[in-house]
Design a protein around this ligand. Sequence first.
Ligand SMILES: NC(=O)c1ccc[n+]([C@@H]2O[C@H](COP(=O)([O-])OP(=O)(O)OC[C@H]3O[C@@H](n4cnc5c(N)ncnc54)[C@H](O)[C@@H]3O)[C@@H](O)[C@H]2O)c1
Length: 342
Amino acid sequence: MPAFDAARRQFVLATAAGLALSGQAAAQSRTDEGPRTLEGNPMPEPGPEKTAGPVKPGRGCVLTGKVALVTGAARGIGRAIAVELAANGADVVALDIAGPVSSASNAEPATPQELDETVRQIRGFGRKSEAVRADIRDLAALRQVADNIERDYGKIDIVVANAAIQRWKPLLEMEDADWRDVIDNNLNGTANTVRAFAPKMVARHKGRFILLSSMQGKHGTKDGSSYSASKWGILGLMKSAAMELGEHNITVNAILPGLVDTPLTRYEKRLSESIAETGRKPPEKPTPQEAWDIRAPTVPLKVGWLQPDDISPVAVFLASDAANMVTGAEYEVTGGDSAKTV
Ligand SMILES: NC(=O)c1ccc[n+]([C@@H]2O[C@H](COP(=O)([O-])OP(=O)(O)OC[C@H]3O[C@@H](n4cnc5c(N)ncnc54)[C@H](O)[C@@H]3O)[C@@H](O)[C@H]2O)c1
């Protein structure tokens, strides 16, 4: 892990621990303390699981004692989320196929070594972790993983459904796999993840799902229709699951990253597409710097793209007790690019 990243995560940990300690001394009261009445009638006081509760230092980033599963955790955004959950106190099971997914994937397959590296980084924060090689298209395998986590960790608090592939192919040139495999992997696989783990959470009347959609799930994508459709579908799944699982005290939210530098996007075709998205004609073989320089002026925060650990802090918040009353919501993390989208 680069020294800067390690220092940042240690700072996050130390700050959270320090704040938690000082918070024990501080009064934990509602900010609107005082008589809450309407014409002499008391306002209803929600029970502890029906509110995020009073202000507590660090409550949006403390996950101590929680158990998480992250799919697609071998690299990229999945790894960043897995490691950042651990940096904030959670034990994290890292699941990935760690091998080829489909011919309809433009990215290089992830490797078992990359998955092991995620586990190493999680353990570097003193948390329990293990690598699980499984395919999110296999519902029975996911149910077995859920049973195993319950047996070995005692419970499952947080599930991050992050695994996905991407395909660039015009509709007029598609093979069947270019459509079907992307929908099956991204949308059906994410639904499988929810279906496999939800019963464990229902039984404990508590849980968090965080689904990875994309800004490409909010607008059309030229030559990327199957990916875009899968990510729109995940938003429909997220909102429906939030409606069904709310009565079981389970929240379901989505993170919608803008363009992020990961193996999913780090190849020439994606660089060209990312330039074309700005309305400019891409050069023959754009370099990463050329793509950054063309994109950055078009993004409110003036970056060409984001880094995986720009996305992960939002997952920590959504997994924390501070997000008790957040469900069915879309969190866009885009450097401001999403300001252009309805
Ligand atoms: N990188 C971006 O610009 C970007 C933007 C918006 C949304 N996203 C979303 O973020 C998530 C992570 O993307 P990333 O950029 O880190 O991609 P990535 O390719 O770096 O990582 C994805 C991981 O998912 C795994 N995976 C794929 N299919 C699987 C399966 N069937 N079973 C188990 N594991 C499987 C892969 O092996 C890989 O390790 C995805 O849902 C992606 O759609 C990414």
